[in-house]
Design a protein around this ligand. Structure first.
Ligand SMILES: Cc1cc2nc3c(=O)[nH]c(=O)nc-3n(C[C@H](O)[C@H](O)[C@H](O)COP(=O)(O)O)c2cc1C
Length: 250
């Protein structure tokens, strides 16, 4: 290989790297921070991310990992009641350290998780306590809630905490379980206690055919992702967006 060929190959590779870097800088970036105990938030976020993915946007996931093992379902009535009580008093659940790479500007941060006894979940509270200001200050943050049906106090509390950390808080996205009361409350409680109320063999099955969110809601989350993606790519003001709260269930 001649000196000339080697030189031109090197030059080409340097130019390509430069172009890639410039593109990477230009691409808009969304961070999905989430905690999910029984995969409901995660399922909805998968829909959201599909919608965002239709645009030229980088979507990164940051799952909050707890230092203690949290087992779903807790598996007994006593363990369920204990969890409901401690979460009512907003017990923090410590989480692993975050990679320093996450502490940079994003075009949007989605902060997603379940409602626990009318409050944000323990891992999300821990994140806000420890990293809230460094991670979220001056960033546009979209609260994203998965719950059985009672999200208002969670939303108010979360919005207050986010504002305290200096975030620019957007209107929330809220999904509730689509089964009517009292079945969804009974169903969630039994599910946490380790039963299978949705099973065809259970007397509850006719009233409670499925735990959690429906496929239609995952598609609705995708539709929201499409709207967000369009706004982000078009550099439009995300503060003007309002989604029906909660997103209408089936
Ligand atoms: C300890 C605990 C407390 C809960 N408290 C509430 C509540 O106050 N209001 C509500 O609507 N749902 C409540 N739920 C139900 C969850 O918010 C709901 O099942 C959610 O979809 C779970 O999302 P995940 O699977 O992503 O954790 C509670 C669940 C648990 C485990």
């Amino acid at each position: 290989m001649s000196y000339c060929t080697v030189y031109s190959a090197c030059w080409e590779s340097i130019c390509l790297k430069k172009i890639n870097r410039e593109n990477a800088v230009d691409r808009q970036r969304v961070l999905l921070i989430f905690f999910s105990f029984s995969s409901q938030t995660r399922n909805l976020l998968q829909g959201l991310s599909k919608g965002l993915g239709e645009y030229d946007i980088d979507v990164e996931w940051l799952q909050l990992k707890t230092l203690e093992t949290l087992q779903f379902p807790p598996g007994s009535y006593w363990a369920t009641l204990k969890m409901m009580l401690t979460t009512f008093f907003r017990r923090r659940i410590p989480i692993e350290q975050l990679d320093p790479d996450y502490f940079r500007p994003w075009d949007l941060i989605v902060l997603a998780g379940p409602t626990w006894s009318y409050h944000p979940s323990g891992p999300v509270l821990s994140l806000l306590d420890r990293d809230g200001e460094r991670l979220l200050k001056n960033q546009e943050v979209l609260p994203f809630i998965s719950c059985r049906g009672y999200w208002r106090m969670h939303h108010w509390g979360l919005r207050r905490l986010l504002k305290e950390k200096g975030a620019e808080v957007l209107s929330p996205v809220v999904f509730t379980h689509p089964v009517p009361e009292p079945w969804r409350t009974i169903g969630v409680f039994l599910k946490l206690a380790g039963k299978t109320p949705e099973s065809g063999k259970s007397w509850l099955h006719n009233f409670y055919p499925k735990y959690g969110h429906s496929n239609r809601q995952v598609n609705d989350a995708k539709a929201i992702g499409l709207i967000l993606g369009k706004h982000i790519q078009g550099k439009k003001d995300l503060g003007t967006l309002r989604f029906p709260t909660p997103v209408p269930a089936d």
